[in-house]
Ligand binder design. Sequence first.
Ligand SMILES: [Zn+2]
Length: 80
Amino acid sequence: MSTTDPSSGDSIVVTESTESESSVVQPEPTIKPGDDAPEGTPGTGENVCPHCNGEGRDAEGNDCPVCGGTGKVNTGVGGG
Ligand SMILES: [Zn+2]
């Protein structure tokens, strides 16, 4: 995994951007209003949205504002 090869006659200039050194900056994880934590967060799990009971829609047939129409929310599991 060497970045430079002495045997190579080509003068390869490896410009290491400082950005690659910085910690991985991930975009804001998708989190719905009804989520306790982003999906995949340890200690959390997918549950039926308590607002729409998994229907994904509210009483008026609109996308549930809590789960975003998915009918599921990511909430903490265990304990509590
Ligand atoms: Zn819902």
